[in-house]
Design a protein around this ligand. Structure first.
Ligand code: ATP
Length: 223
């Protein structure tokens, strides 16, 4: 089988991953299982559009931590795609590229937290995103799903339809915005960076090889 034929159902989990933590990993594991994904790719942003370059750890370091976290998982994988493109890492460019590369028969699911989708109107060509793939929304402590329907209808497309049983919304393109219930974990990369900076433990918030890498490379001690 060709690579193209194997990847029928592909999850795409973009982010800064500075660093990757169990809030990303466990939700990815549960989503991949629930949606029966063939693969789920973590795609670290090389040049996150919304962050000042000097405020973000280098792409190579974030990529390495993501690889250490995932190891040889049969379904979860790490993609360096955005590192191979010059300029800012816009999700629309990644989705257009993967659509062209994998063909229409591949079902693409872009996975993101509720906090992220509620800011999607600040992303490049954000309305087009919903015409390229399904979106899978993960709950995040402190964020309320209740506003999403109104937000999508106001900012993205007025004709979003409700899916049965409150499962999400259907865009006129045929792609869906799906809710995925996953274990709620109040973990953020910001919290981890803060803990490291103040000399406190980050054990059990992220995989042990990533914790060791952070300490060995003296990451997050300033800033
Ligand atoms: P930071 O604190 O630096 O902003 P972060 O922890 O939010 O980082 P990102 O790399 O910015 O992590 O997030 C990538 C994606 O993962 C986003 O869509 C975000 O909503 C989602 N995400 C991050 N942490 C969690 C979590 N604990 N539970 C569910 N989704 C999460």
């Amino acid at each position: 089988m060709t690579r193209k034929a194997k990847l029928k159902r592909l999850g795409l989990f973009g982010g800064t991953f500075n660093p990757i933590h169990y809030g990303h990993l466990r939700t990815a594991e549960e989503t991949a299982e629930a949606l029966n994904l063939d693969q789920l790719w973590f795609i670290p942003a090389a040049h996150p559009p919304h962050k000042a370059p000097e405020a973000v750890t280098s792409f190579e370091v974030r990529l390495e931590m993501t690889r250490l976290a995932v190891g040889r998982h049969p379904v979860l994988k790490v993609s360096d795609l955005e590192g191979r493109r010059p300029g800012k890492s816009f999700t629309i460019d990644t989705l257009r590229h993967l659509r062209a590369r994998l063909g229409r028969e591949a079902e693409l699911y872009y996975i993101l937290g509720l906090d992220a989708i509620l800011e999607i109107h600040t992303w490049k060509d954000y309305r087009e995103l919903f015409t390229l793939c399904h979106f899978v929304v993960l709950d995040r402590p402190g964020y309320d799903r209740g506003h999403l329907q109104e937000f999508l209808r106001q900012e993205i497309h007025k004709d979003f339809q409700d899916l049965p049983q409150g499962g999400g919304y259907l865009h006129p393109s045929g792609y869906q915005v799906l809710f995925q219930h996953t274990t709620l974990m109040d973990i953020s990369a910001t919290q981890i960076r803060r803990l490291v900076r103040s000399g406190r433990s980050v054990r059990y918030l992220l995989p042990e090889p990533v914790r060791r890498y952070i300490l060995q490379n003296r990451l997050y001690l300033s800033g």
